[in-house]
Design a protein around this ligand. Structure first.
Ligand SMILES: *Cc1c(COP(=O)(O)O)cnc(C)c1O
Length: 223
């Protein structure tokens, strides 16, 4: 078994059944993804549309491609035919653009609402209040080609585990609130995407259903 495969197996072995692993393969070559695939991995996360599309074309078709990056509206059309889940939707405008491209592709695309839970200024996402207003306004109900499938967030990059835990706990509580208010009967609203290489065990304790792990599997990235 290769190092990549060993690490995937090690992580998978420790996951509760309710948690799925997204192998974040951004900036790594096709061969690394093929290795992971041969080790049984089927969900991959990418942050650039063009790079993801090249990898989609080169690799087996039973892979689930998750887009985890910041999205530009003019790129949506390239992934609309195949993307399995878009994690980082942080405006109504983006949601309605995805809806438009999904309709053209004849699909319903699952999306996660990205919530800003970290202290850092630079991370994208709705504030919880912005997200509440967007949902309360209700226009999203007209968007028949997107399915709001849950929430996504990134914790502050810090050594302070109590802080990370608080941030993930905030996201979990927000998920519950939104579920009860808008998606009570909707079984497809079910995902809490949180947890990366350095903080995923805490994210799992706080209720994550999708962990997004890159460097721990594939090694350091050369940006
Ligand atoms: C790059 C990235 C990850 C993976 O980060 P690692 O620390 O390498 O595990 C997870 N989520 C998002 C949104 C990312 O951009």
């Amino acid at each position: 078994m290769s190092k990549i495969q060993e690490e995937i197996h090690r992580i998978q072995a420790g996951l509760p059944e309710s948690v799925r692993l997204v192998a974040v393969s951004k900036f790594h070559p096709i061969e690394a993804l093929q290795e992971a695939y041969d080790g049984g991995q089927r969900i991959f996360g990418e942050s650039k549309v063009q790079e993801m599309t090249q990898k989609y074309e080169a690799l087996p078709k039973d892979i689930e491609w998750h887009f985890i990056g910041h999205l530009q509206t003019n790129k949506i059309k390239y992934m609309a035919p195949y993307v399995a889940l878009i994690h980082g939707v942080d405006s109504y405008k983006l949601l309605s653009e995805i809806n438009k491209q999904a309709a053209k592709a004849g699909r319903i695309i699952p999306c996660l609402l990205q919530i800003h839970i970290a202290q850092e200024e630079t991370k994208f996402g709705f504030s919880t209040d912005e997200c509440r207003s967007m949902l309360e306004e209700g226009n999203w109900r007209q968007l028949k080609n997107v399915q709001i499938a849950g929430v996504m967030g990134m914790a502050t990059n810090t050594e302070d585990e109590a802080q990370i835990k608080r941030e993930f706990s905030t996201l979990s509580a927000f998920f519950q609130e939104v579920k009860e208010t808008y998606f009570r009967e909707v079984s497809s609203f079910k995902e809490i995407s949180m947890g990366m290489s350095d903080d995923y065990p805490i994210a799992i304790e706080e209720g994550s259903t999708l962990i997004r792990i890159g460097s721990r599997i594939f090694g350091a990235r050369n940006y």
